[in-house]
Design a binder for this molecule. Structure first.
Ligand SMILES: [Zn+2]
Length: 150
């Protein structure tokens, strides 16, 4: 389970809408607990890919990831996951996402349809890297578990 605030969800949705029709991406900073990740902060990162490739794939440059990790350390936080948007596609990870993911981390995907955030889901990779499993989102205050962002 991943726990974050409704503000975090709004920030991710707003970043996706801002970067539409390109993919946005960023880091989820917080802490790992047994069976639970708690997000303390959302850390936006620009999409590193060239303009023409931005529509389809996301990639975080190593130096951007390192900057994010250093920032997290200074706050006493860890990188516990990543988020990115799917412009005009469902909030379901692609085969490319699976190829470039790591176990343990959470992957939040926000679907941006015609410029508006429609759905947001979190995913965790199967330990054998064969597929993603949907992860339950607990939003504080605890009301929307599977949240529709509009
Ligand atoms: Zn993706």
């Amino acid at each position: 389970m991943i726990q974050l605030t409704e503000n975090h969800l709004k920030e991710i949705a707003a970043h996706g809408e801002r970067d539409y029709p390109h993919e946005c991406c960023g880091l989820l900073l917080g802490s790992f607990n047994t069976g639970l990740k708690t997000i303390a902060e959302v850390y936006p990162i620009s999409n590193a890919r060239e303009e023409e490739a931005k529509r389809n794939r996301f990639l975080i440059r190593p130096e951007e990831l390192m900057r994010g990790e250093r920032y997290a350390q200074r706050q006493g936080l860890e990188v516990v996951g990543f988020y990115h948007s799917h412009p005009d596609h469902p909030a379901v990870p692609s085969a490319y996402d699976l190829d470039h993911a790591w176990p343990v981390f959470s992957y939040i995907v926000v679907s941006i349809m015609a410029g508006a955030a429609r759905d947001l889901r979190s995913w965790e990779m199967e330990p054998d890297r064969s597929r993603f499993n949907e992860e339950e989102i607990s939003a504080r205050p605890p009301r929307a578990v599977s949240m529709k962002v509009s």
